[in-house]
Ligand binder design. Structure first.
Ligand code: HEM
Length: 345
């Protein structure tokens, strides 16, 4: 009995000394680009269908790549993690979009170092920081009341653009011409001399307030719903910043190309068969999925604050998340070449 107690104490001591699970998000993030490389090795650069086994292997690898951010969300929920480890888990959620951002910056600065090398160095640095970060006791609910309201109000306004923008991408399922026609109508407003600066300023404001809220909330452990809201918001902050960098700086200024359908799908090779472009697939899919489900998380919080029964609010949230996944999958299917006409015939 005594030796059992001693053994238990020793185990607790070792667990307290080093929490190996806290490094799993960094390990998963480091694997991320290599999973995409493995996907590319299986599908190749040929548009003709590869053998069935290669398709199955590539699909499995892509699914594993998609698990990286969701593993980060699961690990961010752990009540036993310190703030450093929890923030590392949150950071790993943004891997798919951060890898696109990094790739674009690498092109802009004409870096001779492979993306994978820079990526690994970044994650090792973040992992070391996460373990050495101080462990202050954080309040379960930080005092961020006014910022939450401001963030929510701007989100409601920006959601008008986001809903139009994603609906525009759904027209890709009909074809590039339909996508271009809808974009032409929207551009009258969001690319006007007044509309565009306002949109960019509002997006930057949203990123700023979002990152502030995410930093404060990530100091302590929370239930799944709150963790999901923080994690999806963190993803969106990096996504929108990187996305605007790609649109305004990389495409329009650096390359001087139009930011149209061909730019979005990485023409001429497309999303699937290009070694670089494949990183756009999880980046876009999760961008569309997280923006819609993040709005749903906000709606859930507002409903509960206004007296709606939590179970009903949760049910509505679940429906919205399922719909977000369907919309994201449909956009990516269209961008990858699926056409509604082809399904009907
Ligand atoms: C499948 C997902 C997405 C794709 C393929 C995509 C693609 C594009 C493209 C092609 C443009 C250029 C539009 C133009 O030239 O008129 C653009 C602009 C933009 N996108 Fe997205 N986008 C996606 C999701 C999102 C999301 C989720 C957000 C915000 C949360 C967002 C925010 C923006 C912003 C702010 C601009 C700049 C608008 C401007 O030209 O003034 N995008 N996007």
């Amino acid at each position: 009995m005594e030796s059992f107690v001693r053994l238990q104490n020793r185990r607790r001591f070792l667990e307290k000394r080093f929490d190996y699970l806290s490094l799993v998000p960094a390990a998963a993030a480091i694997c991320y680009p290599f999973l995409l490389n493995a996907f590319h090795a299986f599908v190749g650069i040929q548009a003709e269908s590869p053998p069935a086994l290669a398709i199955a292997s590539a699909t499995f690898i892509l699914v594993v790549a998609f698990i990286v951010p969701f593993l980060g969300i699961a690990l961010a929920c752990r009540p036993t993690s310190g703030p450093g480890s929890r923030r590392l888990a949150y950071a790993s959620v943004v891997s798919p979009t951060l890898y696109v951002f990094l790739g674009v910056v690498q092109i802009l600065i004409k870096s001779p170092i492979p993306d994978e090398v820079v990526w690994c160095v970044i994650w090792i640095a973040i992992a070391i920081w996460s373990q050495s970060a101080a462990d202050p006791v954080a309040p379960a609910a930080p005092a961020v009341g006014a910022w939450r309201v401001v963030h929510g109000v701007t989100a409601a306004v920006l959601s008008l653009y986001v809903v139009f923008h994603l609906a525009n991408h759904l027209f890709g399922l009909i074809g590039p011409d339909a996508h271009a026609a809808v974009m032409k109508i929207g551009r009258v407003v969001y690319r006007s001399a007044v509309g565009e600066p306002l949109l960019v300023a509002a997006m930057l404001f949203q990123i700023g307030t979002g990152l502030f809220l995410a930093w404060r909330w990530s100091a302590a452990a929370h239930d799944f719903q709150r963790t999901y809201q923080v994690a999806s918001g963190a993803y969106l902050s990096v996504y929108i910043l990187g996305h605007m960098n790609s649109v305004f700086i990389y495409a329009r200024s650096f390359l001087g190309i139009p930011t149209d359908w061909n730019f979005a799908i990485g023409a001429p090779t497309g999303l699937i068969h290009d070694a670089w472009n494949i990183r756009l697939l999880p980046h876009y899919a999760l961008g569309a999925f997280f923006v819609l489900s993040h709005l749903a998380s906000g709606l859930r919080a507002v409903l509960i604050a206004h007296g709606v029964d939590q179970r009903n609010a949760d049910r509505l949230w679940g429906v919205c998340v399922a719909m977000s996944a369907i919309v994201a999958a449909a956009i990516i299917a269209g961008m990858s070449g699926l056409r509604i006409g082809a399904l009907a015939s």
